[in-house]
Design a protein. Structure first.
Lengths: 178, 79
């Protein structure tokens, strides 16, 4: 794995040898790869935020004559605060839902709706099979997909959803395992 | 208060302003609670994974609490 050069691609969705540290990291454990969902999968909530902003401007024209100036300012302040909360919530959900591949383990960290934390990990020695799946129009164009890591016995299987370059991730995991 | 004054109050601007203020205070309060939960969770998340942008992420979550406090103060004092 020494031939991999540190890099941050796809808006930090595909980071090779980043300077990240995680809670359960062992002293000599080295982070090889950090994965997040491809930035193109963020478009729905970015689009929703823009629609909400336009809607806020639009209702200003509709309700301006019904409200006092202080009420108008408050309504706008509240609307902007709501949109900001929506953007920040979605950003945090994306930023902290990640997959980490180290020289010892594969770790999947999920924060569902920010408040529910789930950390799944498996040793590289217990990896049996790695599958990359990429289906759909956008997945083909932007090169993203899912990677499934199957483990031996009763160990939990690991899934990385909508990550960039799934075939390259599979290749890196296979090189680490062998 | 005479009956006609009461009718004017119910149908007039005052009752709307009162409801607006109650709505503003309640939602301002709820926003603070929500932003505190998000801040607490952000602390847990940044503890789980430490990145170069940890401080910046915590700062933005703190700004969100500030926005919530601003909303509550606005609704209590200026409306």
């Amino acid at each position: 794995m020494s031939n991999l050069q540190p890099s941050h691609n796809f808006l930090h969705a595909f980071c090779i040898k980043p300077s990240y540290r995680f809670e359960t990291q062992h002293p000599n454990e080295q982070v090889i790869l950090v994965l997040r969902a491809h930035p193109i999968t963020l478009l729905p909530w970015i689009f929703n935020s823009l629609v909400l902003l336009i809607f806020l401007v639009f209702i200003n024209f509709l309700f301006l004559k019904f409200l006092t100036p202080s009420q108008t300012i408050f309504a706008n302040f509240f609307g902007l605060a709501f949109i900001f909360a929506y953007i920040w919530f979605n950003f945090l959900s994306w930023f902290f839902n990640l997959g980490i591949i180290t020289n010892e383990r594969i770790i999947d960290i999920d924060f569902h709706a920010v408040i529910y934390k789930e950390v799944t990990e498996t040793q590289l020695t217990k990896v049996e099979d790695v599958t990359a799946k990429s289906s759909g129009f956008f997945a083909s164009i932007f090169n993203f997909g899912n990677v499934f890591v199957q483990t031996a016995g009763t160990e939990v299987n690991i899934e990385f959803i909508n990550i960039p370059k799934p075939s390259e991730v599979t290749k890196i995991i296979n090189e680490l395992v062998s | 208060m005479e009956f006609s004054q009461l009718i004017n109050f119910i149908t007039g601007q005052e009752i709307f302003s009162l409801f607006f203020k109650i709505f503003a205070v309640v939602f301002g309060f709820l926003y603070i609670i929500y932003s505190l939960v998000i801040f607490k969770q952000t602390q847990i998340m940044t503890r789980t994974v430490e990145t170069a942008g940890t401080t910046f992420i915590l700062l933005i979550s703190m700004i969100q609490i500030g926005i919530g406090i601003g909303l509550l103060f606005f609704s209590l004092l200026l409306l």
